[in-house]
Ligand binder design. Structure first.
Ligand SMILES: Nc1ncnc2c1ncn2[C@@H]1O[C@H](COP(=O)(O)OP(=O)(O)OP(=O)(O)O)[C@@H](O)[C@H]1O
Length: 248
């Protein structure tokens, strides 16, 4: 079943067209990699799916409902640098901010909200640091807090913006196992990443974009070097193509 369906999505920012006629769907149980060069529009697409930026045209539906009017649950993990880490709150309170809509403005969290926060902190193995101010955390711990915050809502769709950037191997492994597990539970996971070989091995499908969709297929079907050259604007002798095993 399609949890996310985007069709013909175009976005203009600052007078320039950043996305053109993008179509993408993610089914329950899929871990889909959103791949493209810097400036390709990956973050813009994730924000358009979230409904926080205006689209020029096109439709985004989540569980069959138009974005913005939906009751369904979307978890969003922004790039780590976009979060205000110097804000003086604890790990637990940060994760609780993911539940603001469910708690209601100016209301106090109830027992079930505390339980959801504890459960998502345990999933990223950060429960022992619940009382720690977020400003004191390492980069890897911060990333896990952002993931816990997105999980607190128990989302059916999880959007991840470059979740592995700057993380060591054990933290990448922990998060990847978690994302795999979430997909296996029937969530839909869409993840932008610059870790191309990781994405080739880990994702059930890759969507290559550069302002528009260049290719959308399982990794095993993306063996044509020309597709990667077009998406990234690189030459046939680029060593990364060899590493990916798609050299011409
Ligand atoms: N608020 C904005 N106003 C004008 N242009 C913007 C704005 N935000 C992004 N852009 C432009 O839109 C294009 C796509 O940016 P976006 O951040 O979506 O790319 P990306 O694929 O996520 O890049 P990266 O891999 O570097 O994170 C870029 O050319 C960027 O300069």
């Amino acid at each position: 079943m399609s949890v996310l369906r985007a069709e013909g999505v175009s976005v203009r920012l600052g007078g320039r067209r950043v996305l053109r006629e993008v179509g993408l769907s993610v089914d329950a149980g899929e871990l889909v990699g959103l791949i493209g060069p810097n400036g390709a529009g990956k973050t813009t697409l994730l924000r358009a799916i979230l409904g926080v930026i205006r689209t020029e045209s096109g439709r985004v539906e989540i569980e069959g409902e138009p974005v913005g009017r939906m009751r369904s649950r979307v978890g969003y993990v922004p790039q780590r640098h976009e979060f205000a880490w110097d804000f003086p709150i604890t790990v637990e309170d940060t994760v609780m901010t993911g539940l603001v809509r469910s708690i209601g403005w100016l209301r106090r969290p109830r027992q079930r909200h505390y339980e959801a926060v504890a459960e998502s902190l345990a999933r990223v193995r950060m429960d022992h640091l619940a009382e720690r101010p977020v400003g004191e955390l390492s980069g890897g711990q911060r990333q896990r807090v952002l993931v816990a915050r997105a999980l607190a809502l128990r989302p059916s769709l999880l959007l991840l913006d470059e979740p592995f950037t700057g993380l060591d191997m054990p933290t990448q492994e922990l998060l990847l196992e978690l994302f795999d597990g979430l997909a296996a539970e029937g969530r839909a996971v869409l993840m932008s990443t610059h870790d191309l070989s990781g994405a080739m091995h880990q994702c059930s499908r890759l969507c290559l974009i550069n302002r528009t969709v260049i290719a959308d297929a399982p990794p095993a079907e993306l063996q044509d070097a020309e597709v990667w050259m077009r998406a990234f604007g690189v030459r046939a002798d680029n060593p990364v193509l060899r590493v990916l095993g798609v050299a011409a």
